[in-house]
Every structure is written in C-alpha cells, then in structure tokens.
Design a protein. Structure first.
Length: 382
C-alpha cells in the first residue's frame, strides 16, 4: 500500500513538472514573440546648404539736416516721389507742432481707409431710408437718418477738417519744415554705412573682397534712406563644393535664420570666382524688401532638393545575401515580402520609394511589419 502511494506521488510530481515546463515555454514564446506593425506614411526630406552673407539693396541716403527729424511714414513703407516723409524740428517749441502733424497724417490715412469700408454700409442705409419713406414707416426713421448721416457725412467732414488743420500747421513758421521724398522708394530710418555698396559690383567679388567691403562701415549720416528698387540681393559665401550644386538662372527656397525668419524663393544671379575652397553666390528676389530694411548680415539654409517617399522604421528593413532590400507587409492576414528602393537613410528610419512609382504593393497606409519572430513570405500573421 505504501509502495503504491509512493508511485502515485511520483507520477503526480512528474506530471506537475511537465505541465509547469510547458506553461513556462508557452509564456516565454508569448512574451518573446513580439509582433509590431506600423502604417506607412509619406515623408519629405530636404537637402540644405548652410551659409551666411550680406543683404545688398539700391539705396539713397537722405540729407543729414543736422536737426531733430520726426518721420511721418513707417519703417518699410513705400513712398512716392514728392511725398512728405518727415518733419524737421528747428526750434524747441516745434516738437508739439510736429507731433500733431504726425498724428493728423496717421488719422487722415485711417479715415481714408475707413471710408471705403463704410461705403457699402452707407448705401444700405440710404436704401433703408428710401424704403421707410416709401412705406410711411416712421418707427425707425430717426435711427436710419442717423446711420445715413454717420455713414456719408461724418467721415468726410472729419477728414476735411483734419486736412485743413494739417495744411494750417504745415504752413505755419514755428520752427518746423516738412521733408519730402526726392525719389520714390521704401523708407527706412536706419543708415548703417554700407549703402554705398551697389548690387552691380557683387558678381565679380571673391569672398575676401566681399568680407572686406562689409568689414568697416563708411561714416555716413542721414535722416534715413530710401530703397529705390524692389529687387534686393543676398550675397552668400559658401563652400565651392556646395556652390557647384546650384545652377545660375534657377530658383531656390532660401530659409533665413535669426532676426529674419522667413523662406524666400530666390533666383541665383551668379556664382562668383572661386577663392581657395569658397565662392560668392548671388541670390535675388523682387519680393519682401520692406521686411529687411534694417538688416544687413544674415544666415540662411539653401534648400537644394526634395526627396519624397515612404518612411520605414529601421527595424522593418531586411537585407538578402545578395544585397536586396525588402520589407514585410501585413496583407490579408499574411506576411508579404516586398522589395524596396532606399532613397535616404537616418539612424532611426529609411526613406524608400513609393510603390506607386516603383510598381510594388507598398503604398501610403500599408501595414508594415516592424518586428516578428520567424518571419517569412506567406506566414500567417495576426
């Protein structure tokens, strides 16, 4: 009896160990057999050239009046030839008159802008007044009449009165003198001593010549300046190997950094002479000169190309013995092997050609198998 009990306990122990062993194997496989997927997304990669250089514009420095000058126009504002741009203060009491002249000028400009916006409202008010009279509806007659008076007469009366007062102040001899623009252009209060550097000399400069021109400003004094051309230039110093990647006559996106953070589409005007391992590349633009009136030295990234494709995690990329690159897609419950073409690589992901271009099943929103055990073409996957 005792012997039978011993064998029963032994058998039970063996069975328990076997079951525990298999449960352990199952749990190990379940934990180790990590299955991970991700959706394919379209991704763009830019190639850039970092550079720095100088802004050059066609500029006319206004005469230094030797007195206090109060601008009447804003920085970067476009003015016409003969337009009043500043008030010269020639006596202490002139500051009050000058301040009022500036205030009146700004107020008149605001009223002129408001007049256009009120035209439609005034027209509606006239129609409402006509309809009220025609139907003998006198309930809102006072209110409508006030709208007509406000919409049509008030702004014009205010503007006329302000213009009369402005003409009176400008005609008074109280130690002020109005300064007028000698030519049309974009106004700037900043005179930095580099206004003499003209665009026409830039395409012949070597890097050391360009740096020499901008090393020491000329002692220049003026009551501001006028940028007389819409077209402005960015003379960039860059490595010669980078410069040869650019083509004269082509446009490139120039992403400016620092004080002027903007992306400007610019034309490559010329690539100057090579000096050692660097060159001067001259860019130009007909837009945005009013945004860079106070700037001279800038840093920028030149965007030279754009690569667009499908972003694939590094772990999902496989390599055959013959060097063929491929991924596995989850397709209708099966693993599908798809050959891919690498376009670019980083530490975390590769950019591969979209299957719409290469004729493979890989498309945006395809399910890419990132990680799985014993993966092969045709394997049943979750």
């Amino acid at each position: 009896m005792k012997r039978s009990d011993f064998f029963i306990r032994l058998t039970t122990g063996v069975l328990f160990l076997a079951v525990a062993f298999y449960i352990g194997i199952y749990l190990y496989n379940a934990l180790a057999n990590t299955y991970e997927t991700t959706r394919a997304i379209r991704y763009d990669v830019y190639g850039t050239i970092s550079t720095q250089g100088f802004v050059v514009r066609t500029e006319t420095v206004l005469d230094d009046l030797g007195t206090t000058v109060l601008p009447m126009v804003a920085e970067g504002e476009r003015v016409a030839a003969g337009q009043a741009i500043a008030v010269e203060l020639m006596s202490p009491e002139a500051i009050d008159v000058a301040s009022e002249i500036r205030s009146l000028t700004m107020r008149i400009a605001q009223l002129d802008a408001a007049q256009g916006a009120n035209d439609a409202a005034a027209f509606d008010a006239v129609l409402s007044l006509s309809a009220a009279v025609h139907t003998s509806d006198l309930r809102r007659l006072d209110e409508i009449s006030l709208s007509v008076e406000t919409g049509i007469f008030s702004i014009e009366d205010d503007a006329d009165a302000l213009r009369a007062r402005l003409a009176e102040l400008e005609g008074r001899s109280v130690g002020t003198r109005t300064v007028y623009a000698p030519v049309s252009g974009t106004f700037s209060q900043v005179v930095d001593g580099f206004e003499h550097i003209r665009p026409e000399i830039l395409d012949t400069l070597e890097p050391r010549d360009l740096l020499s021109h901008f090393r020491t400003p000329v002692d220049t004094h003026g009551a501001g300046k006028l940028i007389t051309e819409h077209k402005w230039y960015f003379a960039a110093i860059m490595n010669h190997e980078d410069a040869i990647l650019l083509t004269e006559g082509e446009h490139y996106a120039v992403h400016f950094l620092g004080a002027f953070q903007a992306e400007v589409n610019m034309l490559v005007e010329s690539k100057g002479r090579r000096e050692d391992d660097s060159s001067v590349v001259l860019f130009s633009s007909n837009r945005g000169v009013h945004e860079i009136t106070q700037l001279r030295s800038l840093r920028a990234d030149i965007i030279i190309d754009l690569v667009s494709g499908i972003r694939v995690p590094k772990e999902a990329i496989h390599l055959d013995d013959d060097g063929t690159t491929f991924v596995f897609l989850q397709t209708s419950g099966f693993a599908e092997r798809v050959v891919v073409e690498r376009l670019s690589e980083t530490d975390n992901y590769d950019l591969v050609r979209d299957g719409a271009e290469s004729g493979t099943p890989l498309r945006v929103d395809s399910i890419i198998i990132v990680r799985a055990n014993n993966l092969y073409h045709g394997k049943v996957v979750p």
